[in-house]
Design a protein around this ligand. Structure first.
Ligand SMILES: Nc1ncnc2c1ncn2[C@@H]1O[C@H](COP(=O)(O)OP(=O)(O)OP(=O)(O)O)[C@@H](O)[C@H]1O
Ligand SMILES: [Mg+2]
Length: 245
């Protein structure tokens, strides 16, 4: 069943240097099922982040519709959309410890102390951060910080988890470990996830389906083996370096 629908989605910006209108997203159509892991893949500037920000509600579409669970959410502010986003820069609070960082959103919702403790405990376990509750972020490794960012999103039990290049600040080895971790957590929870990357191998290993974008347009949508075996030109050349699935 369709869970999240992007219909003829268009986003135009006034060019940064005053150079007219930039069509960052151009007539995008994507149908996402509940529990799916979908990756937006494409080169820098192709409109991946803008698409994700439209879904999250940090931007509003110039044209088209976004429908979540049967309800059009075009005009809803981010905090009403029941989604959570993980950023490349982690965006965790430096002055709060791990527990406080993860509990932050729940406190704003004014949940009871016991409920908060239990929810945080569960998500610490899921992200394998148990024992690090009292650490400040500057005493964590990059991978641990990214786990905190993920835990902070997951603890809100969002309908949709959005991730914008969450691993690009990590070294290659850690990136590989975290890739497996993200997939394991996503499968454990069955949470509908949209992931943005320009890394083809990351997209191939994580996703149920890949959406290939180029210059704001969707070039191709399909499961990884299909994208790998029958890439629609113009897919950029490094794809041949990807492992055979
Ligand atoms: N607020 C804005 N104002 C003007 N132009 C913008 C704005 N945000 C994005 N753009 C333009 O829209 C296009 C798509 O940008 P976007 O950030 O979505 O790309 P991306 O695929 O996420 O790229 P990257 O891989 O580099 O993060 C680019 O040409 C960008 O310059
Ligand atoms: Mg981006």
């Amino acid at each position: 069943m369709t869970f999240l629908l992007l219909e003829n989605l268009v986003k135009e910006f006034v060019g940064r240097g005053g150079e007219g209108i930039v069509r960052a997203v151009d007539q995008a159509n994507i149908v996402i099922e509940e529990g799916e892991f979908v990756t937006l893949l494409g080169p820098s500037g192709c409109g991946k982040t803008t698409t994700l920000r439209l879904i999250a509600g940090f931007e509003f579409p110039t044209e088209g519709r976004i429908v979540l669970d049967g309800e059009e959410i075009n005009q809803q502010p981010p905090n009403q959309r029941d989604m959570a986003m993980v950023f490349q820069s982690y965006a965790i609070f430096p002055h709060l410890n791990v527990f406080e960082n993860i509990a932050y959103g729940l406190k704003i919702q004014r949940l009871g102390k016991k409920v908060i403790q239990e929810k945080v405990r569960q998500v610490l376990e899921l992200t394998e951060l148990t024992g690090l509750e009292n650490r400040p972020p500057n005493a964590l490794s990059g991978g641990q910080q990214q786990r905190v960012a993920l835990a902070r999103a997951l603890v809100m039990e969002p309908k949709v988890l959005l991730m914008d290049e969450p691993l690009s600040n990590l070294d290659a080895k850690l990136r590989e470990i975290m890739r497996t971790e993200i997939r394991r957590i996503q499968q454990t929870l069955g949470i509908t996830s949209i992931y943005v990357t320009h890394d083809q191998i990351e997209a191939m290993t994580l996703s149920d389906r890949i959406v290939v974008m180029n210059e704001g347009r969707i070039e191709q949508i399909g499961p990884p083996p299909e994208i790998y075996r029958r890439p629609k030109p113009p897919l950029w050349p490094t794809l041949s370096a990807a492992p055979i699935l």
